[in-house]
Design a protein around this ligand. Structure first.
Ligand SMILES: C[S@@+](CC[C@H](N)C(=O)[O-])C[C@H]1O[C@@H](n2cnc3c(N)ncnc32)[C@H](O)[C@@H]1O
Length: 249
């Protein structure tokens, strides 16, 4: 494992302790509602009608996996390099008796069979940890059965630029859209190096993996709002998230 990935993994093991501390709260959330956004459900609904086997790359606390099963998935296989996160997610899934299974592995390159998924689901803070998006896209594509889809719902690549000022949206003077990386200075990844890619680079990475893009959309709503922050950048004028669906023909 590369030293930077090793450091990120150590940081995520610590950050994922939150999923253990908040185990009961997250269990209640999973039991009583769906963590999937309305825009995700709208896009996923037709794919979920065929009861797909889903692989969730960078599955984190796993709440989305429980929601995906509730929305129609036959099974979800979550992959994450945090043992703490995967163990907590497995415990929750077992307690709720949902068909979710977790593998602890580094991505890209997890030991999963080619063509094991009808749908690969990922996002919500996943792509920023991938230094080589073409390698990531190639790895995601090899998991897809013919006719299967890659689904991404992710922070918009412009998000690192927005300040969290409450009066007016502003652009941070220390960040650039076309930079290669930046250091995160907020929770939960404070101090970690996050990789940047423009929307064009993300789309081209997916195309380079041989997938056919079927949908791209940008949204004003962020996928995550830290408690006690109400940034003007999240009030509808700027892009804060995007979705992408691509199919293996
Ligand atoms: C912001 S979390 C998002 C997780 C999930 N989408 C969610 O909403 O809970 C990012 C996750 O990516 C995992 N991760 C980061 N880099 C990784 C890598 N190279 N291989 C596997 N997992 C990784 C972390 O352990 C963490 O659980």
């Amino acid at each position: 494992m590369e030293p930077v990935t090793k450091r990120n993994r150590a940081a995520w093991e610590v950050a994922s302790e939150k999923h253990v501390r908040e185990y009961r709260d997250l269990l209640d959330q999973a039991r009583n509602g769906s963590s999937l956004f309305a825009c995700e459900l709208d896009l996923l609904r037709p794919m979920l009608m065929s009861s797909p086997d889903i692989v969730h790359l960078q599955s984190g606390h796993g709440l989305d996996d429980i929601a995906l099963v509730a929305a129609g998935a036959k099974s979800v296989l979550g992959v994450d390099f945090s043992e703490v996160a995967a163990t907590a997610a497995q415990r929750r899934a077992d307690e709720l008796r949902v068909p979710c299974r977790y593998v602890v592995a580094e991505l890209p390159g997890a030991p999963l069979c080619d063509e094991c998924a009808d749908l690969v689901y990922t996002g919500k803070g996943a792509l920023i940890w991938m230094p080589d998006l073409r390698a990531w896209a190639k790895d995601a594509a090899r998991l897809l059965r013919p006719g299967a889809s890659l689904f991404v719902y992710e922070a918009h690549p412009a998000v690192p630029l927005w300040t969290w000022d409450e009066d007016e949206p502003r652009i941070r003077p220390d960040r650039g859209y076309f930079e290669r990386s930046h250091v995160n200075d907020t929770f939960p990844a404070n101090g970690a190096v996050e990789w940047q890619a423009s929307l064009g680079e993300i789309i081209n990475a997916v195309i380079s993996a041989g997938l056919r893009i079927q949908h791209v959309a940008e949204y004003a709503e962020p996928f995550w709002r830290p408690d006690d922050v109400s940034a003007a950048a999240w009030r509808g004028r700027l892009p804060n998230s995007f979705s992408l669906v691509a199919r293996r023909e």
